[in-house]
Design a protein around this ligand. Structure first.
Ligand SMILES: *Cc1c(COP(=O)(O)O)cnc(C)c1O
Length: 397
């Protein structure tokens, strides 16, 4: 037996080291809304800690009220929500799953792990989201081959809505369901105020620590079809049948969001609209201060929606600007500022070297030239001025 008293109490290791954002300007550090501790205390007092009971239910109701979806399920991550969606849509070995190449790997990773084959399509210059024209052409070809995709997955890139109405109309013609990866798009809306992801069969959201609202790790699956969310809830809770004993007709997952994390989310959600405004103001300041420099441009906002500007992405044409995006990244790094190249397209990832693809030229161009800039809702104007100054100092004069 180990002497239990030899184990130091947890308090002996406190305080924890500070997040690097205390010393360095980070891309998108988490922002506290203020009510998190009270909300956590209420959850603890309720006696429910597991992914069940009043707190996740309240978080889901609040999410539904704010987004307009008929039903939502709080999950352990955005990736888990995507996995549940693929399961609900019946993805199996050999199925094709189509997505834009310009995205985070989590968009397709769960489907690939289920044995699906991803096919990567390109994005448009209007907003760097899935190209509906290319999608239409590829669907015609796929129908001729007799091999339609199981699902099409547009992505709301950096919090900018895909052209979802057009994409859904095209996919409807072939009876192909649409799953919207809206992980980064909480608070983004389509024309007319419809929330990002609404109009797709299913939409996935993320509350990871770097997103616009966070639970410290979490996500949600949302749909206007409550039966789909009921089924997702069953699968997320290990597919337990309603018997006194453990009875399972299939296998499920442990994907429900803990009550404690849901409590953090409940405190965060009221801040959403203000954070969208702050991130949009961050973008507007970048555009005003830097937009006239030759060779520097920003991802445009297409006419079909209002982005939440989760991340501001600048694009550097090295000839005209006088420095490439890697030189700018290094200059920012030297000034104590984190920045990151835009997503490396999935069709260029070693993990997918054998996957079928359509042209990915737009996506590859944004990766070559695009840099994500600090965009946190807690960033001060003085901090942002440092970023702007470091970028301007790289420009040809
Ligand atoms: C953040 C993100 C995800 C994954 O969400 P997690 O909660 O980190 O699992 C998936 N897709 C996109 C586009 C994202 O930005």
């Amino acid at each position: 037996m180990l002497p239990l008293q030899a184990v130091p109490p947890a308090a002996a290791i406190l305080p924890f080291p500070r997040h690097p954002s205390a010393a360095r300007l980070m891309l998108s550090p988490p922002d506290l809304a203020g009510g998190e501790l009270d909300s956590l205390r209420m959850a603890l007092d309720s006696g429910w800690l597991a992914p069940a009971g009043p707190t996740p239910a309240a978080f889901e109701a609040e999410l539904a009220a704010r987004t307009g979806f008929a039903a939502t399920l709080a999950t352990t991550s955005g990736t888990a929500a995507l996995h549940l969606a693929y399961r609900l849509l019946g993805v199996t070995r050999g199925d094709e799953v189509w997505a834009p190449s310009l995205t985070f790997i989590a968009t397709v990773a769960p489907a690939v792990q289920m044995g699906a084959v991803p096919r990567f399509l390109d994005v448009t210059p209007q907003g760097f989201t899935l190209d509906p024209g290319m999608l239409r052409d590829e669907l015609v070809r796929a129908a001729r081959r007799g091999r339609l995709p199981r699902v099409v997955v547009p992505v709301d890139l950096y919090g900018q809505c895909s052209d979802l109405d057009t994409i859904v109309a095209i996919c409807d013609r072939w009876g192909v369901p649409v799953l919207s990866d809206s992980a980064a798009a909480m608070g983004a809306v389509h024309r007319g105020g419809r929330h990002a992801g609404r109009g797709a069969r299913l939409a996935a959201f993320s509350f990871n620590g770097n997103k616009i609202v966070t639970t410290g790790g979490g996500g949600a699956l949302a749909s206007d079809d409550p039966a789909l969310i009921d089924r997702a809830r069953h699968l997320a809770g290990q597919a337990k049948e309603p018997w006194p004993h453990y009875e399972h007709e299939t296998t499920g997952y442990a994907y429900g969001l803990s009550s404690l994390l849901a409590a953090v989310g409940l405190a965060q959600l009221p801040a959403l609209e203000a954070r969208v405004q702050r991130r949009r103001a961050v973008f507007a300041r970048y555009a005003a201060a830097l937009g006239d420099l030759p060779g520097l441009s920003f991802i445009p906002e297409p006419g079909w929606g209002r982005a939440n500007r989760w991340l501001s992405v600048a694009r550097f044409d090295p000839q005209a600007f006088g420095a490439d995006r890697e030189a700018v990244r290094r200059a920012l790094d030297a000034a104590g500022v984190e920045s990151r190249p835009a997503w490396k397209p999935l069709h260029l990832q070693p993990a997918f070297r054998d996957a079928p693809r359509s042209s990915g030229a737009m996506a590859a161009g944004l990766f070559e030239q695009g840099l994500c800039l600090p965009s946190g809702s807690g960033m001060t104007e003085a901090e942002q001025a440092r970023v702007i100054e470091a970028i301007a100092s790289c420009a040809r004069r």
